[in-house]
Design a protein around this ligand. Structure first.
Ligand code: NA7
Length: 543
């Protein structure tokens, strides 16, 4: 079963999404050999799979795109402020063709395990085809939101009607036409597909567990003038993104919610609501994610909007978010989301009031009632960050399996490396800024930094790169102290792993900002990479 004839490569890489493609480009340009593996038949990663109606990015496309090539950013023109999934996928395909990257990947191929061969100082990946491949470095470009959460809706296996998951959408919207449809889940995916399903379904029942804050996306076509303005200034805009908190041009605020009068606060929220996006209501004051009372002013503003939009007071009551602070769990951006609940064919069931007890062949049974449905749409989220990594069964002789090393919580250095797993690098991994930023900025930075570190090691004739456990503890402390000051730390969400039963709760991101993170990474490089051993040696075990 082994392909011992296949050459040993420099870089083995999992995934042909934004991460894997840039890694392939960057490393092969350096002349390193590269072998990538992708489960899907083609490139795109999360944008390959998430084809549900209404799927689009809620980071503006002019920022949510690669910055490594000036030619690329000049020749590609985005059509909308927030590009739909199909356009983002077309862009990724364009990049793959333009830089001739497909030839570096084996598609329809899943990595089933990755094992560090300590004597040979090589990684060996086993593929679902039965083949194995060996390489010096293992890169995980497997994504943060790529492993769908297991279905945990009681009795779902009894349901005999059409069932589809947003993250593996394989039907057309027409297949839901004239049907009684149930959507379970009201995170970003549910919020994006609900208004479109409502237009075709005979009846749509939304089963909502936790109402979230849904801001108007304010999507619109991009006019030629805006595009021209951005393109003529792209390098500077990209530079601003790289040094910003969130990977998008910043709108710095220094004043706190109670620094201004109630009237002024309201006016500012109104303007922010018009602007929307990640620099909208949730970013209007500097303390909204720090002070629960400050946050409550923004939360109550949003509840007011919902009461204004939704005609039926009972529906509005159910839709009003009240179980978590605004922004502490991923905010959603919708188009006609709350308006959709004014349609006569749309109803909402609060699972907080009446939990699902079971399902039958054609109904959902709650503690109070039963709802007859023909089709079930699951928008229940992902096993974020660690799900895709653990699926790789990454093992070393000294540390065992990654899932065992992290059984009490995720531990990384910079979200890029982890002790006990030499020559293993994560692109946009847990405890990097990927979680709460424009992920493309973090992906490019991570690949550039990783290749810089490998260059440094090669220049010294070192083959094995590994963080010390002391340095890793330093980073874990930094990420925990940074998040500990915020309302993220006390809110249950997929950010912390609390959407998966039994998953240890560790916050999955560094929330100090991409700019600050970039500086810290650069500084480590300038200092000769303290905290990282090269063939067992390091200038300092701490960062
Ligand atoms: P999310 O944001 O994790 O949302 C999942 C939704 O599904 C959320 O409303 C959950 O309610 C709900 N859910 C999950 N399991 C159940 C069960 N068993 N019963 C009822 N409701 C359930 O995933 P998305 O795909 O929408 O978005 C993921 C990210 O993609 C998003 O944040 C962006 O970064 C892009 P809960 O809140 O847990 O009560």
């Amino acid at each position: 079963t082994s392909s011992s004839t296949a050459p040993v490569v420099d870089v083995l890489c999992v995934g042909a999404g934004f991460s894997g493609l840039y890694a392939a480009h960057k490393t092969t340009e350096k002349g390193w050999s590269f072998a990538g593996f992708e489960t899907a038949p083609s490139v795109g990663g999360t944008w390959y799979w998430n084809t549900y109606p209404g799927a689009r990015c809620d980071v503006e496309s002019v920022y949510y795109s690669y910055s490594f090539s000036e030619e690329l950013q000049q020749e590609w023109t985005w059509s909308e402020r927030f590009a739909p999934q199909a356009e983002i996928l077309a862009y990724i395909n364009h990049v793959a063709d333009r830089f001739d990257l497909r030839r570096h990947f084996q598609f329809n191929t899943r990595v089933v395990s990755a094992t560090w061969l300590a004597d040979e100082r090589l990684w060996e990946v086993a593929l679902d085809s039965g083949e194995t491949r060996r390489g010096r470095y293992l890169l995980a470009g497997s994504g943060g939101l790529s492993t769908p959460k297991d279905v945990d809706v009681p009795g779902q296996e009894n349901f005999a009607g059409l069932t589809v998951s947003t993250s593996r959408w394989n039907i057309s919207l027409d297949d839901l036409a004239g049907k009684r449809v149930a959507v379970i889940g009201t995170g970003s995916s549910g919020v994006q597909c609900i208004p479109l399903i409502a237009e075709v379904a005979e009846h749509l029942t939304v089963f909502q567990r936790t109402p979230n804050y849904v801001f108007p996306a304010r999507n619109a076509p991009l006019d030629a003038e805006t595009v021209e303005k951005i393109k003529s200034n792209y390098p500077a805009i990209r530079e601003e993104c790289r040094h910003s908190p969130g990977g998008i041009p910043d709108r710095p605020v220094t004043d706190r919610a109670f620094d201004v009068s109630a009237e002024e606060r309201h006016e500012r929220y109104e303007k922010a609501y018009e602007r929307s996006g990640f620099l909208g209501v949730g970013a209007e004051f500097s303390d909204l994610l720090l002070d629960p009372e400050a946050n409550e002013t923004a939360a109550e503003f949003m509840r007011g909007k919902i009461r204004e939009i939704v005609d039926a007071p009972e529906k509005a009551r159910v839709l009003e978010p009240r179980y978590h602070p605004l922004g502490a769990k991923r905010s959603c951006f919708g188009t006609d989301y709350y308006e959709t609940f004014n349609r006569p064919n749309v109803s909402v069931v609060s699972l907080r009031d009446e939990p699902i007890e079971t399902m039958t062949a054609d109904s959902i049974v709650t503690s109070n009632d039963f709802y007859q449905v023909d089709a079930l749409v699951l928008a229940i989220g992902f096993d974020a960050f660690t799900g895709p990594l653990f699926a790789l069964n990454i093992t070393t002789p000294q540390a065992g399996k990654l899932q065992d090393a992290w059984s009490d919580g995720t531990r990384t250095l910079l979200g890029i490396m982890t002790a006990g797993f030499p020559n293993f690098f994560m692109i946009g991994g847990p405890q990097s800024p990927a979680l709460v930023s424009n992920v493309i900025v973090t992906i490019e930075q991570a690949v550039d930094w990783i290749t810089g570190l490998i260059d440094h090691a090669k220049a010294r004739g070192a083959e094995v790169i590994e963080p010390t456990s002391e340095a890793q503890e330093d980073w874990v402390t930094i990420t925990e102290e940074t998040v500990g000051q915020t309302l993220y730390a006390s809110t249950d969400s997929w950010y912390r792993g609390s959407n998966i039963a039994g998953k240890p709760t560790t916050f999955m991101g560094y929330v100090g900002g991409v700019g600050k993170y970039r500086r810290m990474c650069a500084e480590l490089a300038e200092r000769g990479y303290p905290g990282i051993t090269l063939d067992g040696h390091t200038p300092d075990s701490r960062i």
